[in-house]
Design a binder for this molecule. Structure first.
Ligand SMILES: Nc1nc2c(c(=O)[nH]1)N[C@H]1C(S)=C(S)[C@@H](COP(=O)(O)O)O[C@H]1N2
Ligand SMILES: [Mo]
Length: 250
């Protein structure tokens, strides 16, 4: 089914269900099509739910703005992060040669990738903005491999709904739905502005999710899990911090 007929089917189904049988059934359908974000109870609950459902139905394939080279910030701002751990410093001293990204969960075959493995996958560069929820932003060029290329290598099982990604910095992890994970601009980045990705900006590997606020772009990624539910991770809200909305579309 193409995108448009699927969208029609879902919106008509939602409208019919709300009319005929009330909100409970509409909510059931929305949930079935993955339109309820994990940190909210129901489709007619707090604002983010409707924002998320509307975004997913109307602009699931929309692109984050990409900028000209002239827009690249002269002094990109690296938000403060915890000092790297001793384990991190050992990996860094060795040029991250022993570093691996592991991928498991609802996949055909779990796998781990070195930086060279990732660099052998298709490369994409894009000039996008990191926008912090506090209001500041900067523009940089990011280079890496689309997350979907890694997902293609491991083979995602049909029941997969989210990709959860974990930082080497404790207490930092987040998740995106499978559409965002497969979006062409969602990149596992290892380079920034013509050089290796600097450690303050998340090197050796950072997931860039340019259609959402900066806090979804987690630094020092070394593990990802494909799952059908985020309930068993942390507080079950899909991300480490209960203070930030899980869906942060911009
Ligand atoms: N591991 C880790 N990732 C992180 C953060 C962090 O503190 N630790 N901060 C997040 C927030 S809130 C923002 S706005 C961006 C900031 O990106 P920058 O340091 O490149 O400006 O990184 C995000 N990723
Ligand atoms: Mo932020």
């Amino acid at each position: 089914m193409n995108g448009i007929s699927r969208r029609k089917l879902i919106t008509r189904g939602l409208a019919a269900a709300a009319g005929l049988s009330g909100l409970a059934l509409a909510e059931h359908i929305a949930d079935r099509y993955g339109l309820v974000p994990p940190d909210h109870g129901g489709v007619y609950g707090p604002g983010e739910t409707l924002t998320y459902a509307a975004q997913r139905l109307l602009s699931g394939r929309s692109l984050a703005r990409e900028f000209d080279r002239s827009a690249i910030s002269k002094e990109p701002f690296a938000d403060e992060t915890s000092p790297p751990t001793a384990a991190f410093q050992r990996l860094q001293a060795n040029g991250f040669k022993n570093w691996r990204l592991s991928v498991d969960g609802l996949v055909g075959r779990r796998a781990s990738f070195s930086l060279d493995d990732l660099k052998r996958l298709p490369v994409r560069s894009q000039i996008t903005q990191v926008a912090c929820e506090e209001g500041w932003s900067y523009v940089a060029e990011w280079t890496g491999t689309p997350l979907r290329e890694v997902l293609n290598v491991v083979g995602v099982l049909p029941q997969a709904r989210y990709v959860v990604y974990f930082s080497m910095e404790s207490n930092w992890w987040d998740s995106v739905d499978i559409d965002e994970a497969r979006h062409p601009q969602t990149l596992l980045t290892y380079a920034m502005n013509d050089g290796d990705l600097p450690v303050p900006f998340g090197g050796p590997l950072r997931l860039r999710v340019p259609r959402q606020l900066g806090y979804k772009s987690i630094k020092y990624i070394d593990r990802m899990t494909v799952t059908d539910s985020v309930k068993r991770f942390g507080k079950g809200l899909g991300s480490a911090s209960p203070d930030y909305a899980w869906y942060a579309g911009i």
